[in-house]
Design a protein around this ligand. Structure first.
Ligand code: AMP
Length: 201
């Protein structure tokens, strides 16, 4: 199928990823490749707007393939010149909370790449909102270098210990390569506000 006419062509995806440029280069390569894959398919990206690390690599990859990339950056980070200068659109917001909210509200799905506390917080908030039926889109984890394995084990433990329900396992999908992300977004199990009925177990 022509990537321009694929069902995913109208999608906007929120991507959470690392600002660090010091992590192994494989992470930045995966971020850049994901940008390319999404850009080629006409899937728009909303992300944190940074120029460094996986964030910058993601944006550069998508822009190189003609993709649409919107950055949402807290004003203080723009003042520190952390923002990417070549984006389709850069929205400046007051603080981290507004940014996080707007990134999810402006997109149809979320993809998390390996990262630090910021990425993990963003990912876990998306899952928390999904559990409560307040966010219904797919959440895909790109498991480069099996980075997310310990987190996935911890989430499994949370289910085993009955902090969460086994149905919550459906809230996220895990893929190994950037090329698998569009398929995972399309085949994610449906989720509805009825999830609230088993949010508290
Ligand atoms: P982390 O995975 O800890 O690097 O966090 C990534 C998130 O941290 C981003 O989504 C931003 O919220 C924020 N962040 C930290 N440093 C930067 C930076 N230099 N440029 C842009 N965003 C940053």
């Amino acid at each position: 199928m022509n990537p321009d006419t694929a069902p995913s062509a109208r999608l906007t995806v929120c991507v959470y990823c690392a600002s660090s440029g010091s992590a192994p280069p494989e992470y930045r390569a995966a971020a850049r490749r994901l940008g390319e894959v999404l850009g080629e398919r006409g899937i728009a990206i909303v992300y944190g707007g940074g120029a460094q690390g996986s964030m910058g690599a993601l944006a550069d990859g998508a822009l190189a393939r003609g993709g649409r990339v919107t950055g949402i950056l807290p004003r203080f980070m723009a003042d520190l010149e952390w923002g990417h200068r070549g984006l389709t659109e850069l929205q400046l917001v007051e603080d981290m909370r507004v940014r996080k909210h707007r990134m999810l509200a402006a997109s149809d799905a979320a993809v998390a790449l390996p990262g630090g506390s910021g990425t993990l917080e963003e990912l876990l908030e998306a899952l928390t909102l999904k559990r409560l039926g307040l966010y219904l889109g797919p959440v895909v984890l790109l498991n480069t270098r099996r980075f997310f394995d310990p987190l996935l084990e911890l989430l499994r433990r949370a289910i085993d210990e009955r902090f969460m329900d086994a149905r919550h396992l459906q809230m996220w999908q895990v893929v190994a390569t950037p090329e698998e992300v569009p398929g995972a977004l399309e085949s994610a199990p449906p989720w509805s506000a009825a999830a609230r009925e088993f949010a508290a177990i």
